[in-house]
Each structure stands twice: as C-alpha cells, then as structure tokens.
Ligand binder design. Structure first.
Ligand code: DAH
Length: 330
C-alpha cells in the first residue's frame, strides 16, 4: 500500500487526486479491504497489523491533505494568470480627452447667463431672408448686408450669418417678458487668421412690456459678464452701428495681454473689442408685431473669446484637429 504515497505525491491535478482518494479511502478502497483482512487475524499479529494500518492511514491522510492544498493554490494561480487584465493596455490606447476650447468657452458663457436667469432659445442653421435680414431691419439692398458675406442656396434659403434671427423667432413664438440667449453655429464667406467660414456666436435678448428695460440694464449685465469671463479688466462702451439696435454700441475690454499699456494684440490701443449690443430698434419690434415694449440685445463671437482666453494666435488652428494643440487643453 506504500506505493500510494508516491502516487499521491505525483498527482498532477485535483481530479487525479480525488480519484486516488476514493481508491484509498472509499468504501471499496484499499484501506477498507485491509480492515476486512484485519478481522481474520488474531492476537499479537492482529495488534501489530492494526497499528501499522492506522499509522499508514494517518500518513496517507496527511500527505493527501498537503497535496490538495498545494494543487488548489496552483490551480488558483494558473487561473489568475490566464484571466489577468493587462492594465497597461488602457494606458497605451485610451488617452483621456478634454473639451474643445471653443466648446469649453461656449459652456462658460452659457453658464453665466443661465445663472442670470436667461433661457436658451435655438433656431435653424438654414434660414430665410426674412429672419436673417429683413425682420432685423436689413431690407434688400441695404449696404449693411455687405458686412455679412452670405452663403446662399438656390431656393433663396441661406446659411444664417449670425444668431440674431433667433431673436425674431423667439419674439414671434412668445410674449414678453423675454430673457433669452441663443448659442450656435453661424456661417460667412471669410477665411483668414481670425475668421473661419463656420464659427459660433451667442446672442442675447431681453424684452419687457413698457419702458422697463434701459441701457443701464444692458451695461450692468455685460460689464458683470465680461469681468466674470476675463477677471480684472476695464470695460468700455463705444458708440457704433447695427441695423437691429438703436442706439448701438461696441464693447471693449482693457487688453488682457498688456493690461491696457498697448501691445501688438490690441494694435497698441490698450483695448480689445469683444461684442456688439444695443437697444432693440423699434423697426425690429414692428416686424414681429410688438408694441409698447423695450429691450436690449447683444451678440458675441465665441471663437474670439476662446482665442483671447487661451492666447491662440491663429483661429484656423482650432479646426485642424491637431492633437498637439488639443492636448494642451486637458
Ligand atoms: N449680429 C451681429 C453680428 O453678427 C452681432 C450683434 C451686434 C448682435 C449687436 C446683436 C447686437 O444682438 O445688438 O455681427
């Protein structure tokens, strides 16, 4: 029976070990038949055989136990090796991304106005002449249409050149009080250092019954907004012209690069132009059938804000999808 010690020791896996266990300790196993044999012996002979048998049983049991522990650990280790996840794989292929700087800037702008209780209004990218021009006090052949090089379709539809048409749609769909911003893509036939044919604007519109809305309301919100975006700056309103506002203004911030001293970015003026605004022109209210109301509007280019915030010299680089640029915004 001693040969079983060797057999147990050389068992290769738990299955083989279990078979051996049954062969030795099972009801019909070798130990059981030896105990039967014991019954046929007598006296001293029986005593010695019984002792031998018992110690052999104990020895076999011990070896079996040890071997089982060993094989169990071996099996777990083997399984772990087969199942293991190579975490370095993730490192190689799944770089964490980041918001595109234009989207990030857009989010910052939108969040400011949402906090100020403005609601988001959206409109179509393919517009018609009425919403994009006519209703905004830009009749056909008006020279100000030249300010906005337009992409036309054959059926007199066009790609909106600004987000201002959403003002018209908002006023036609609702009644005052209105407190809306309209973020989105706009299109112009333009391509150079600071212009791409598709870019993004955020339009703002506030309208109330009677004469409740004043220029100082407009001034307050834009000043507060620009300080929120750019930090410690001065804000200045310059008289300007837009067909859809009267009076109109362009808003400058003190140059964030030279702190107003004058540098190349601000063309040595100390100021950077960042948006257009004004009191909604009475002709615009007329075109949507509004009477006895007052309101202000403003519009800004998101790319311009992103370029200033991140000191990006060439706007076109934002749309080339070059990872070396985008990785800097993580
Ligand atoms: N729509 C103008 C543009 O695209 C921006 C603008 C200026 C919008 C003044 C306004 C405004 O609402 O009041 O250049």
């Amino acid at each position: 029976m001693k040969q079983y010690i060797q057999k147990i020791k050389s068992a290769l896996d738990l299955n083989e070990l279990e078979k051996l266990r049954i062969e030795i300790f099972g009801k019909k196993g070798v130990l059981a038949s030896s105990f039967i044999k014991l019954k046929s012996l007598n006296g001293e002979e029986k005593k010695i055989f019984a002792q031998e048998l018992n110690s052999l049983k104990q020895e076999l049991n011990g070896i079996l136990q040890k071997k089982r522990d060993f094989l169990q650990i071996q099996e777990i280790e083997k399984k772990m090796q087969e199942d293991s996840v190579d975490i370095t794989l993730f490192d190689a292929s799944c770089e964490s991304g980041a918001l595109h700087p234009v989207q990030d800037t857009m989010d910052k702008i939108i969040n400011y106005f949402l906090d100020m209780n403005f609601k988001i209004q959206e409109g179509p990218l393919v517009e018609d002449d009425f919403h994009n021009f006519e209703a905004l006090n830009l009749p056909k052949f008006h020279p100000a249409r030249d300010m906005q090089d337009t992409f036309y379709f054959q059926d007199s539809k066009l790609l909106r050149t600004h987000t201002s048409p959403v003002q018209i749609r908002t006023m036609l769909n609702t009644r005052p009080p209105i407190r809306a911003i309209s973020p989105g893509a706009v299109f112009r036939r333009d391509f150079d250092l600071t212009h791409t044919p598709e870019f993004h604007q955020v339009e703002g519109l506030v309208v109330e019954e009677g004469d409740k809305v004043s220029f100082s309301n407009l001034k307050f919100i834009l000043e507060d907004f620009l300080i929120h975006m750019f930090g410690d700056i001065k804000v200045r309103f310059r008289p300007s012209f837009f067909p859809f506002t009267e009076p109109s203004a362009e808003v400058d911030i003190s140059c964030i690069f030279c702190k107003g001293k004058g540098c190349r970015v601000c063309s040595h003026t100390g100021w950077l132009e960042v948006l257009g605004c004004g009191m909604v022109d009475p002709n615009v209210f007329k075109s949507v059938g509004y009477e006895n109301v007052s309101g202000y509007a403003f519009g800004l280019g998101v790319e311009r804000f992103a370029m200033l915030l991140h000191q990006i010299p060439d706007l076109r680089s934002l749309y080339e999808g070059d990872l070396r640029l985008l990785e800097q915004f993580k």
